[in-house]
Design a protein around this ligand. Structure first.
Ligand SMILES: Cc1ncc(COP(=O)(O)OP(=O)(O)O)c(N)n1
Ligand SMILES: Cc1nc(C(=O)O)sc1CCOP(=O)(O)O
Ligand SMILES: [Mg+2]
Length: 219
């Protein structure tokens, strides 16, 4: 199985821990960027009040931007608007795309969780999503998994749609190769980076090495 023709090399989509202290998280995020290429950072705080999310965004977004990475807010288009983030990621229960688009405009990215469903992905695309996310591919320590995604979902989507697709769920440097070969445009990762024994830089470096090893550019 090789990468579908015309797809670019997949890139890392880094998701923050769901609870963090901004200054410590800033140091770890800088370390992650020192490990290599990261396309995007998603601030994914759970159970935090609005000001806590906005304070974390104010601390971490400049770091992402200093490394030419996008910075997205999870769940909340209104908070993405409030901190002028580069976009929002919406789950199936986080509000509709049209409302987020009205808030954020067309210069911001709106991503949508589509589990293992091309139907959800087509719907999201029809409503103007900038990317679709399929998952979970592997067991995750970060989130209780309710949907198991299949490689075929990535393979088919990357053959039939130009809309970028993100793979998520328990992704590591060891298991990401099949996702790369199936056509994922981004690999969304959290626990493997923040829990890596040698630190976030080593994790990012290992992931980029694994992506390079698995990606065969179209001839
Ligand atoms: C890139 C990406 N894909 C999927 C998710 C999961 O979103 P959701 O289903 O809304 O679950 P929570 O992350 O909100 O718990 C995501 N956050 N990012
Ligand atoms: C936030 C999230 N969403 C998922 C989905 O399947 O939609 S899996 C997941 C957890 C991602 O973190 P880790 O890389 O540590 O598994
Ligand atoms: Mg959500």
């Amino acid at each position: 199985m090789t990468n579908p023709p015309g797809r670019d090399r997949p890139r890392i989509y880094l998701i923050t821990p769901d609870h963090l202290e901004p200054d410590a998280a800033a140091q770890k995020l800088e370390a992650a960027f020192s490990g290599g290429d990261i396309a995007c950072v998603q601030l994914r705080l759970k159970g935090a009040d609005d000001e806590t999310v906005l304070a974390a965004a104010r601390r971490l977004m400049p770091i992402a931007h200093a490394h030419d990475a996008a910075f997205l807010i999870n769940d909340r288009a209104d908070l993405a608007k409030a901190c002028d983030a580069d976009g929002v990621h919406l789950g199936q229960k986080d509000g509709d795309i049209a409302t987020a688009r009205n808030l954020l405009g067309f210069n911001k990215d709106i991503g949508v969780t589509c589990h293992n469903s091309r139907h959800l992905a087509f719907d999201a695309g029809d409503q103007g999503a900038d990317y679709v996310a399929f998952g979970a591919f592997f067991p995750s320590d970060t989130k209780k998994i309710e949907h198991q995604a299949e490689l075929e979902t990535l393979e088919i989507w990357s053959e039939i749609s130009e809309i970028p697709c993100v793979a998520i769920g328990g992704i590591t440097a060891t298991n990401c190769g099949d996702l790369v070969r199936a056509g994922a445009d981004f690999l969304a990762i959290s626990g493997y980076v923040w829990g890596h024994a040698d630190g976030p830089a080593a994790a990012i470096s290992a992931l980029n090495t694994a992506i390079d090893a698995a990606f065969q550019p179209a001839s």
